[in-house]
Design a protein around this ligand. Structure first.
Ligand SMILES: Cc1cc2nc3c(=O)[nH]c(=O)nc-3n(C[C@H](O)[C@H](O)[C@H](O)COP(=O)(O)O)c2cc1C
Length: 210
C-alpha cells in the first residue's frame, strides 16, 4: 500500500479491542516521533508510553470516559516542556556538538541567540511553542501507526491538569498536550468505521500562486 492508501485506511478509531501491539511496531512509531523535525532541533517534548492498565483506568474518567483509553494497547501521552530554560537549550546544543564531533561558530552564535530570547519569555508562551513541536511528533506518530497497520485515536478531549497529576508530569517540568491511544479497531462497536471520510474540497484547502 502507498502512503496515501494507508492514510485513507486510517481513521480516528472510536473503539479498540484490547489486542496488544508488538514492541517492534510501537518502536517504529516512537522512532518516527523521534525523527520529526522541531524548531531549532530542540525536541521540547517527551512521550509517556502508558501500558499500565491501572493508570489507563485512572486517565479514562478525566478523558471524557473515552473507551479507547482503556481498550488501546499503548497510550502515548505527548508532554511538552513547561518552559524553555538555558539548561534545556544548552543540553540540545551540546548534544549536537557531541554527535557531530565539531564546534561551529555559526551554531554557537545561534545558541546564544536562543539563550537570549527563550528563557526570558513567559512560561506559557514557551509552553505553547513547545506544544506546537509536540504536535509535529504527534502527527508523525499517526502516520507511522497507519503505516504499521495500527489504529490510533488523536485525542485532545481530556483534562491536561488531571493527566499531569496522574503521571507526575509537573515534577518533570512537563505538561501534557495531546494523547494517542494505539491499538486495533473494534469494528463491530465502532460507529465511525464504515462511514466515509469527510474532507473539504481541495480548492478550499489549497491556493496556488503560479
Ligand atoms: C488534535 C486532535 C484532537 C482530537 N481529539 C479527539 C478526541 O478527543 N476524541 C475523538 O474521538 N476524536 C478526536 N479527534 C479526532 C478527529 O475528530 C478526527 O481526526 C477528525 O474528525 C477527522 O476524522 P478522521 O481522523 O477519522 O479522518 C481529534 C483529532 C485531532 C487532530
Amino acid at each position: 500500500m502507498e502512503l496515501l492508501d494507508k492514510l485513507n485506511w486510517r481513521y480516528a478509531a472510536k473503539a479498540m479491542n484490547g489486542e496488544k501491539v508488538s514492541e517492534e511496531k510501537i518502536n517504529a512509531v516512537l522512532e518516527a516521533i523521534s525523527l520529526a523535525p522541531t524548531s531549532s532541533g530542540l525536541q521540547p517534548f517527551e512521550v509517556m508510553v502508558v501500558t499500565n492498565q491501572e493508570l489507563k483506568e485512572k486517565i479514562r474518567p478525566v478523558a471524557w470516559n473515552q473507551s479507547v483509553i482503556t481498550d488501546c494497547s499503548h497510550l502515548l501521552v505527548f508532554a511538552a516542556w513547561d518552559t524553555y530554560t538555558a539548561d534545556r537549550i544548552n543540553k540540545m546544543f551540546d548534544l549536537t556538538n557531541e554527535v557531530r564531533e565539531m564546534k561551529n561558530e555559526g551554531w554557537e552564535n545561534y545558541r546564544q541567540q536562543l539563550l537570549a530570547a527563550y528563557p526570558g519569555r513567559p512560561a506559557e508562551e514557551n509552553f505553547q511553542h513547545a506544544a506546537r513541536q509536540a504536535y509535529i511528533g504527534f502527527s508523525m506518530a499517526i502516520a507511522a501507526a497507519a503505516f504499521e497497520g495500527l489504529d490510533s485515536t488523536p485525542l485532545e478531549g481530556f483534562d491536561p491538569n488531571s493527566v499531569d497529576e496522574i503521571l507526575g508530569l509537573k515534577e518533570k517540568g512537563l505538561r501534557s498536550c495531546v494523547m494517542l491511544p494505539i491499538g486495533y479497531r473494534q469494528t463491530e462497536n465502532d460507529w465511525l468505521v464504515n462511514l466515509k471520510k469527510v474532507r473539504k474540497p481541495m480548492e478550499d484547502l489549497v491556493t496556488n500562486y503560479k
